[in-house]
Design a binder for this molecule. Structure first.
Ligand code: PCA
Length: 204
């Protein structure tokens, strides 16, 4: 029998006064069967609240229930022009805006005795090349910020250190319809194609 690879994709609800989040659309597209991927993959998705209190809890429960081999966690990052593959999570939270619970922690460690940085366990260079070969803007990033995205990224890596699970975080640009002025953006169709390329690449 062929072994299936189990892949979990997470996205976030809108936050920070915006009413859209491209990564929520990505989850919706997966659920509507609009993302194609190799038949050897079993793909599950979860939409996370943008709160320090519940986001990681919900992700962890889904990881425990689904037991994925790979986790692609997605978040929106205003101002970024490419699909950015985060190299590492930082042991720090410092919120410039309130989360969706009204919480705004400043200059705090995520894990009292944890490492300052934890590296992504995804094959980032390969994924970057696959995206670029597909004609999409892609880059490696050294900072996932210090908000909820970095928080779940750090916690996920910290709790999975002793397993072979591949876990990573990917920040994506705003959608064109979210942008006023000259912030960069990427259409949803391109983002969906990016996810398809990632799923194809991970099935090597
Ligand atoms: N981006 C935020 C949190 C949710 C999201 O999509 C971040 O970069 O932390």
């Amino acid at each position: 029998m062929i072994d299936c690879m189990r892949v979990l994709i997470s996205g976030f609800e809108p936050f920070g006064g915006r009413d859209l989040n491209p990564t929520a659309f990505l989850i919706e597209a997966l659920r509507h069967g609009e993302i194609s991927y190799p038949p050897e993959l079993v793909v599950e998705s979860v939409l996370l609240p943008v709160t320090f209190q519940e986001s990681y809890q919900k992700l962890r429960h889904t990881i425990e229930a689904f037991n994925p081999d790979v986790v692609f966690a997605f978040g929106q990052a205003a101002g970024r022009a490419a699909i950015e593959l985060e190299l590492r999570a930082e042991n720090r939270i410092h919120a410039e805006v309130m989360d969706n619970n009204g919480a705004r922690p400043t200059d705090m460690k995520i894990s009292e005795h944890g490492a300052e940085f934890l590296p992504s366990t995804l094959p980032l260079q390969g994924i970057e090349s696959a995206l670029k070969d597909g004609g999409l803007p892609a880059a490696l990033s050294r900072s996932a910020g210090t908000f909820v995205c970095n928080y779940i990224f750090y916690r996920m890596l910290e709790e999975n250190l002793d397993t072979l699970r591949l876990c990573g975080f990917i920040h994506v640009p705003l959608l064109p319809e979210q942008v006023q002025g000259d912030l960069p953006s990427l259409p949803l169709a391109e983002l969906k194609r990016g996810l398809e390329l990632m799923l194809k690449y991970i099935n090597y």
